[in-house]
Design a protein around this ligand. Structure first.
Ligand SMILES: C[S@@+](CC[C@H](N)C(=O)[O-])C[C@H]1O[C@@H](n2cnc3c(N)ncnc32)[C@H](O)[C@@H]1O
Length: 292
């Protein structure tokens, strides 16, 4: 387990939503071909967590849709149903259980969402990608290894399906105002990103360029765009979470740095308290469309 909590995914969702590159999402929509024609679009979401990708993209795709949401964490798959039902209710859309899937009625369109528990490290190739029209994933690819991304490219080469992979970290992280010890925490953070999250050594910030090169090699047209989080001074809770997480990771990576990192955290908490601090976190969105 990589241990992502539903609370954390809920906290990051509005920042993800604001950061997503809308043009790439629209181009992904254009690249989708329902099979057979006129039928619902079938979308596969890898590492779907509590369903943020569906909530962001279903309104962009608009038409009838059938989503298969794959994750290995049963708690997040359970949270997914709750979060999607709550989201539908907030919009005044009718949502009901239909043989284990959630069926949401939005105007004349119907969105059907089904969760599936699967370990993507082990069982990626068991996915029937050919029975889907497009593949999406968000906030996931920085966890995986080069070898796993090569497996994903091979799967896409065989099936010729468009991919939209959003919000992969790219290593940029800028605190304002900057402090001298920012570099210490940033270095530790980057080395932590390279640890094994169950897929072999993670590529972290190098994931998007690696996948882009791999897919270009097998005949895909690939575009990438930045999708940065801008966490302004008014978002104190998010800043607190980010500063505490960065400090925790830095100490775990290098315990001898604990005194310096604790002093760094105290400075950041004081800056947040005074409404001075903001943070930019760099991400990349990637769209890959088969050339033919
Ligand atoms: C940062 S979260 C992103 C979740 C969701 N896409 C979102 O944006 O809210 C990473 C997701 O990867 C999933 N994950 C990690 N390792 C996995 C594995 N081996 N198989 C399937 N899912 C995995 C986690 O359970 C978690 O839902």
């Amino acid at each position: 387990m990589t241990g992502f909590s539903a609370d954390w995914l809920r906290q990051r969702e509005p920042f993800d939503l604001a950061a997503r590159h809308q043009t790439l999402a629209l181009q992904f929509r254009e690249a989708l071909t329902p099979r057979p024609p006129q039928s619902a679009l079938r979308i596969l979401d890898l590492a779907s967590g509590s369903g943020a990708n569906f909530r962001a993209l279903a309104p962009v795709l608009q038409t009838d849709q059938e989503w298969l949401m794959v994750d290995h964490d049963p708690l997040l798959l359970a949270a997914q149903r709750t979060e999607i039902a709550r989201w539908a209710a907030q919009h005044g859309w009718h949502c009901q259980d239909q043989e284990g899937a959630l069926s949401i009625h939005v105007g004349t369109a119907r969105w059907l969402v089904r969760g599936q528990q699967l370990d993507l490290a082990r069982d990626l190739e068991s996915i029937d990608l050919a029975s889907c029209d497009g593949l999406v994933t968000t906030a996931f690819l920085d966890l995986v290894s080069a070898a796993w991304l090569d497996r994903l490219s091979a799967l896409l080469m065989r099936t010729h399906r468009p991919l939209l992979a959003t919000l992969t970290v790219d290593g940029r992280r800028t605190w304002s105002p900057g402090r001298p010890a920012d570099y210490l925490v940033a270095d530790a953070f980057l080395s932590h990103q390279g640890s094994d999250k169950g897929f072999g050594p993670s590529l972290g910030a190098r994931a998007t360029p690696h996948l882009a090169a791999g897919l270009a090699k097998v005949g895909y047209q690939v575009s990438t765009q930045t999708s940065d989080w801008t966490i302004g001074q008014e978002h104190r809770e998010m800043l607190l979470t980010m500063a505490r997480e960065a400090a925790g990771v830095a100490i775990e990576a290098e315990p001898t740095n604990a005194p310096a990192v604790s002093a760094w955290l105290a400075e950041k908490l004081a800056d947040i308290q005074q409404g001075l601090l903001s943070l930019n976190v760099g991400h990349l969105d990637l769209l890959a469309v088969p050339a033919v």
